[in-house]
Design a protein around this ligand. Sequence first.
Ligand code: GLN
Length: 311
Amino acid sequence: QNTPTKLSNTYLEKVIKDNSSYLNQGKVADYIPELAKANSQAISVCVLGPKGVIYKAGDYKEKFTVQSISKLIALMIAVEDWGEEKVFERVGYYGTSLAFNEFAHLETMPTPLNPMMNAGALVTTAMIKGEGDEGYQRILERIRYITNNNTIKINQAVYLSEKETGHRNRGMFHLLKNKELIDKDEEALNNYFKQCSIEIDTEDLAKIAYFFANECTRFDGDNKYKNSSISELLLSQMLTAGMYDYSGAYSRKIGIPSKSGVGGGIIAADPKTGYGIAVFSPALDSHGNSLIGSKILEDLSNKLGISLFKK
Ligand code: GLN
């Protein structure tokens, strides 16, 4: 593998510079009003490799909300609670040509297409065992464990903003209750809004990517949650649906299991080299993925030759 030799902070700085001309092409999410306040000029990248080697560049101290990246953690815990088979009776393994917040398919399909789209994630979050906000607390605890950072917390303003304006998610939640795929009350919907509003920086995000690239082993070697079956499931979901309707083209171009969030973060987990990569830039493309984030990952994948599909 040529990954370790080429990488350095300077190298990552250059990758950011090479891609910064795309800044004006993206647009910060504003359908959640609080997200519109993000610094649209911010860009950062962080690469975490085996034995704790870490490279970082750009605005990696900037905080942002994890948004849909939390869907991986919700799926992980739901599968721990119920087993994969039971969870996938309520969500599908399908890829998608549909937007992340699409719900018309719920009229013709028995379940949401996959747990990476909002409809599927509302189901997995509601499946997490526990009363009230316990489902959310378990997601927060898991993120704190994976990053070994107990200071990680919710961005209350983003949560309240999502809760107030998330009519589409609320509608979906009730449609899913109507289909008997969700059997909890709106507290479970709030848990979904809360998990999306967990605030993180790029370095901690790279630790999450590392965790999934390494069979759910933590960056410092702690293996309390080591589980290759769950990491295989999550990586396959990332590859087929993690970038929503861009996933197919993204797989061809970048070839690393990835998950985006409308906060501007993307994680890319490479099980071949064990590298976890996180990028952040809040200006999004038309699919709701960080525009520069994808460009940087494309650059890194090509230059380092780390697509899963390359020999
Ligand atoms: N909280 C966001 C929503 O529900 C998450 C979407 C995303 O990150 N793609 O719309």
